[in-house]
Structure formats: C-alpha cells, structure tokens
Design a protein around this ligand. Structure first.
Ligand code: DX5
Ligand code: ZN
Length: 218
C-alpha cells in the first residue's frame, strides 16, 4: 500500500488556480489529478489538454489525467504533449482496449484503466498485467461532491484479489466521495491512491485535510 493522495483540480478555485497549485506544491499531496470531461461519456464539460499544459508548467509533481471521454485513443498524443504522466482511460469507452493501452505506453506514460461503479472487475482479467493502475470510480463519473458508493469496498477487494492472483503490479486508485472519514479504511483495505476534490478544496485548511487523509488522525 502506497498511500498516495491525488487532489482533483476540478474542485479548485479556477480564478485562483496558481494559488491552489502552489498550495498543493507545498502540501503532502503526491500527484495532481485532472478530470477531463466531454459531454458525451459524461454530461459535463471540464478541461482539455491546454489546462493540463498550464498546470504542468507550475508543478514538478506527477500529472494524473483521468479521461472521461469517448474515443480516448484519439487524444493520447495531445495529452502526452501537454505533460500528462499518467493517463486513465475508461473501460466503458474502449472498443480496442488492449491496443489503446499499448499506445499510451508507447508514448511513455503510465496507464490506468478506470471502471464505473457498475462494471464488474472480472472484465479486467486480460489487461491487469498491462496496466499500472486500476481506477475504481466510487461515484458515477461526471461531477464532484457526490456521495461515496459503499459497494466500492467489495470492488476494492475483488481488484486486490485479481491483482494477487495474476501477480500484477497494478496500483489501486479510488476516485469520488473520498473524505477524511473513509480514507483510512480505504488505505487499510488495499487502496494505494486516493483522489479527492471537494473535501480538500472546500476546506479552509486544505493542507491539513491532505495530511489527515494520508496519515490519519486529526
Ligand atoms: C468524478 C471525478 C472525480 C471527482 C472527485 O467525475 O472523476 O475526480 O470530481 O471529486 P470529489 O472528491 O468531490 O468526489
Ligand atoms: Zn477523476
């Protein structure tokens, strides 16, 4: 278990983006999570590669890009050029999943396979040795500030079991509804990376929240 915290910039104050980037640079956050939405796979629009490029300019921490878009294979080079270090694609959006995973690796990025709350984990058995991360959606993708889906604990166990059975080195990332109350339990149950948006950025002491999520306690 790695205990990586990846704040999602979708909940940052975009009018003060540089201030929030600097806050994260000076915090115990490990990665920057950027949610890309396209109005087709999910109903919202969020950011594109230009946003990623500007965030990259002001941090040395890894950029963890979560593509909630249809036809992600068409945007791999674009996100590589924008400075993404990790690219997560959704299982539900990929017709040629194995091929798309290979492309992302050829571009020198780490690759994550993201799954919606309804997608069974056994569907990952033939790609689990090809990916660096499994991103379990613990809310339905599309917006921040939603309630954590408790069934995620069962999926976390199934993912852990699959990883052990297949001797995969994939890390498990949990995204959506993560807060100070559930972070310790998620880490204790085998999560390696926690993404959190609204809990961190809506608090007046975001660095303290990040520390609490990472190390527990108050
Ligand atoms: C959901 C996104 C998440 C989410 C995190 O579509 O992938 O990254 O916005 O935000 P919170 O922590 O508020 O659920
Ligand atoms: Zn995300």
């Amino acid at each position: 278990m790695k205990k990586i915290i990846a704040p999602s910039l979708i909940s940052a104050d975009l009018a003060f983006l540089y201030r929030d980037i600097e806050m994260l640079n000076n915090s115990e956050a490990d990665w920057f999570h950027i949610d890309i939405m396209d109005t087709s796979f999910v109903s919202n629009i969020s950011f594109g590669s230009l946003f990623t490029k500007y965030v990259k300019k002001y941090t040395n921490k890894p950029i963890d890009v979560h593509l909630m878009i249809l036809r992600p294979e068409c945007f791999i080079q674009e996100f590589k050029n924008s400075g993404a270090n990790h690219l997560h694609i959704h299982y539900e959006t990929c017709i040629h999943l194995h091929k798309t995973i290979s492309y992302i690796k050829e571009y020198g990025m780490k690759v994550g396979i993201a799954v919606n709350p309804h997608t069974p984990i056994f569907l990952l058995q033939d790609v689990i040795n090809d990916v660096d991360f499994v991103l379990l959606m613990s809310v339905n993708p599309g917006s921040c500030g939603q309630k954590f889906i408790e069934q995620t604990y069962q999926k976390l166990k199934e993912t852990k079991d699959l990883i052990l059975k297949k001797d995969s080195s994939a890390l498990i990332e949990i995204d959506g509804g993560v807060n100070v109350e559930n972070s310790s339990l998620l880490f204790d149950n085998g999560a390696d990376i926690l993404v959190s948006g609204s809990t961190i950025f809506s608090n007046s002491h975001p660095k303290k929240i990040i520390r609490q999520m990472k190390f527990g306690g108050l």
